[in-house]
Ligand binder design. Sequence first.
Ligand SMILES: Nc1ncnc2c1ncn2[C@@H]1O[C@H](COP(=O)(O)OP(=O)(O)OP(=O)(O)O)[C@@H](O)[C@H]1O
Length: 418
Amino acid sequence: MQCLITAPHSRPRRVRPPPTWRRHLSPSALAAPVPAPTWRPPLSAGPASPRTRYGGGGSGAEGRKRLPGGGAGRAMKLRRGALRAALALVLLPLLTPAGAVEPISVGLAIAGAAASALTGFISYPRLYCYFRECCLQRHEPRAAAALQQNLDKKLFGQHLVSKVVVKAVRGFLNNTNAKKPLALSLHGWTGTGKNFVSKIVAESIYKKGLQSKYVHQFVATLHFPHAHSINLYKDQLQSWIRGNVSVCPRSLFIFDEMDKMHAGLIDSIKPFLDYYELLDGVSYRQAIFIFLSNAGAEKITEVALDFWRNGRTREDIQLTDIQNALSVSVFNNKNSGFWHSTLIDRNLIDYFIPFLPLEYKHVKMCVRVEIESRGYAVDEDIVSRIAEEMTYFPREERIYSDKGCKTVDAKLDYYYDF
Ligand SMILES: Nc1ncnc2c1ncn2[C@@H]1O[C@H](COP(=O)(O)OP(=O)(O)OP(=O)(O)O)[C@@H](O)[C@H]1O
């Protein structure tokens, strides 16, 4: 799918969020068009055609149609102009008597051809998106390939995650007729790579990754801390999602600490995840939602331990061994925001993705990567010492790191940067 020109004059009004939000939101989110409670989706009054509804961004044939007067049509005209100018340049000597070359005319023709060619090329969508960030910056095959490559290279001990995430994202990006947005729910023990994977997904779709104005990250305890403000949060969150999807249908929303999010707030995003073609004139079918939580971590550990105790490798664990049990345990966990959530009840989560607890050997891999990223030569003695400093569970077997790879970074400071 091609990237398209963002028509600067049709960009929606930018409204600053209320101060409490501004304080917490990531810079990337703040750069995006921000809805306030009084905010309305850009140009969305009434059932407008996609051509008028989406001001900026967009992609594919639908986007191409919608550029008013400018965009693809103008680019076409400019390219045709460039071609005509070049043709004139070739024919000019032939038109003068006896084929004599007239220097001034030739000079003008060359300048005209060059200018036309330049504007024609600059108007070319892909070139435009090379210099400025566009909605869906990368072509789907490239995004999926980048995702696969990065997960294979950087993510340790999570064979299920790599497989499912790549399949889900690739399939969704290739599907030009999706019936609902993609919803992935990532579960697992702390420090096992949930945030790490969502960052990799963001980077594979948008060059700026989490800093992209089309990627929006929320942390429950940071953005929605007060139970008594739940109604305000609901309004703000819905406006935020509506506004940003209006601007870029392929927006990515990441919700961290879902288990700490108020159940009512989770339910308020349910309409966006459902199978509606349009909601108030906006389609959410190209958006991607990623939910992260520790809910269900015990269940995942239970399955992993069973395999270990039966002498089977963790790579033998299949998604079917965990997925159902995981969704049931998350749904029935009274301490989780997902408790009896309509998102699960109505089957709106496409994939429950289990992150297995990390073992000693995985912690060592994380340490090595961290040492290399700081520009030092890997010292295996330090690698082992740091890995041994971590605490492992269950108490008898001591197999899994209770913090995953999370404190590796801080522990390295002790050895290298004092
Ligand atoms: N499976 C993994 N492979 C490679 N690196 C990892 C893995 N898991 C964690 N890490 C490293 O540890 C850091 C912390 O992990 P991350 O923040 O993704 O954990 P998390 O699962 O989101 O934890 P929490 O549930 O506490 O939010 C990552 O930035 C990454 O450097």
